[in-house]
Design a protein around this ligand. Structure first.
Ligand code: UDP
Length: 363
């Protein structure tokens, strides 16, 4: 069986790492399976791409389509044009796409139009917020996918409600947690940790990159000031996403406990998360990682496509109104944050399950 695996952006690299490892393990066990890794180039910055290949021992991509930057439409079109050439030159039995980025959607459309089957890892999750580009990517991808690998029973229900037959849906768990559990002993203390006197449980990690939080400069300024002024002066480590960095230099911060750093590698970032008092974020993947590590997570979004991180895990939706931040932090500092458990099948064996299923269904 020949697979083409697509990855384009930071969270994709974290999701494909264990899948490729499971393919290589199957090969070593004498199974007839090969893969070709296509990097679309959607994230091209070293800190958003190469670092993850190095740290997570992901074999280098067989090809990089070099489509970085541009608007949503330019990216989608650019990826489609180049991926079509790639797939015609290198036919495959199955295209595997992961997550919800532009590359996920663009490559699944191309594959289907060339008559190639598509498997979507992390299928079926929905924020029901169509203003998010990721939600459009999920809807389009899942409307043409052949095999749906899901992280939760809620995702299964969403697919069922779309009319997807049960035999196409495989509830396998969360590949992102495979990466977390297989690297947790390798986490690396960042250089600045001791330099700025951080100590375990006595700092906050912050990440923000969604348009609803970062595109309006005045709102971003209020959000940051609400956070920095209501954390009992604990240091806040803010690895800044390139999208946020573009707007950030114009804002006026009224306290001195915010430490802005470049995006961190996976091992350093998760070292910080594992030892933090709490994480404040608008990322999806990070809410899953904090759930598994049992770290309080305050999500600055009005909705989530990962409701199990709230119903089972340590995550709470604070919303995108900066006025909601102070009461949420009040709850954190009065030690009233919930404890949380780990969702079903987030057990580190997900990629192995996926490869075993593929060996059965693709003949
Ligand atoms: N991450 C990282 N370094 C950072 C910030 C995040 O390695 O400085 C990792 C994080 O552990 C998670 C992933 O990046 O695995 C989340 O990516 P992102 O927030 O960009 O995407 P989303 O999950 O929102 O789609």
């Amino acid at each position: 069986m020949k697979l083409t695996i697509v990855a384009g952006a930071r969270p994709n690299f974290i999701k494909i790492a264990p899948v490729i490892q499971a393919v290589l393990n199957a090969q070593n066990n004498g199974r007839n399976i090969t893969y070709r890794l296509v990097h679309t180039g959607q994230h091209y910055d070293k800190k958003m791409s190469d670092t993850f290949f190095e740290e997570l021992n992901i074999p280098l991509p067989h090809i990089n389509l070099g489509i970085g930057g541009g608007s949503q439409a330019e990216q989608t079109a650019g990826i489609m044009i180049e991926f079509e050439k790639e797939l015609i030159k290198n036919p495959t039995d199955l295209v595997i796409v992961v997550g919800d980025v532009t590359s996920t959607m663009a490559c699944s459309i191309v594959a289907k139009k060339l008559g190639t089957k598509v498997a979507h890892i992390e299928a079926g999750i929905r924020s029901w917020d169509i203003t998010m580009p990721e939600e459009i990517n999920r809807l389009v991808t899942d409307s043409i996918t052949d095999y749906f690998f899901t992280t939760s029973t809620i995702a299964n229900e969403n697919l069922y409600n779309m009319g997807i037959p049960n035999e196409k849906v495989f509830f396998v768990g969360n590949v992102m947690i495979d990466t977390l559990l297989s690297n947790i002993k390798r986490f690396v203390k960042p250089n600045f940790f001791d330099k700025i006197n951080l100590s375990n449980g006595k700092y906050i990690v912050l990440t923000l990159h969604r348009p609803a939080n970062v595109d309006e400069i005045k709102k971003l300024e209020r959000t940051i000031n609400e956070i920095t002024n209501n954390v009992e002066n604990l240091p806040i480590i803010f690895p800044i996403h390139p999208r946020t960095a573009k707007i950030f230099s114009g804002i006026n911060i009224t306290s001195n406990n915010l430490h802005i750093v470049d995006p961190l590698g996976y091992l350093e970032f998760n070292y910080l998360v594992k030892n933090a008092k709490a994480v404040i974020t608008d990322s999806g993947g990070i809410t899953e990682e904090t759930t598994v590590m049992g770290i309080p997570c305050l999500t600055l979004r009005d909705n989530t496509e990962r409701p199990e991180t709230c119903t089972i895990g340590t995550n709470e939706l604070v919303g995108t109104d900066p006025d909601a931040i102070r009461p949420a932090l009040g709850k954190l500092f009065s030690n009233e944050w919930k404890k949380g458990g780990i969702p079903e099948l987030w057990d580190g064996k997900v990629s192995e399950r996926i490869v075993n299923i593929l060996m059965e269904i693709i003949k």
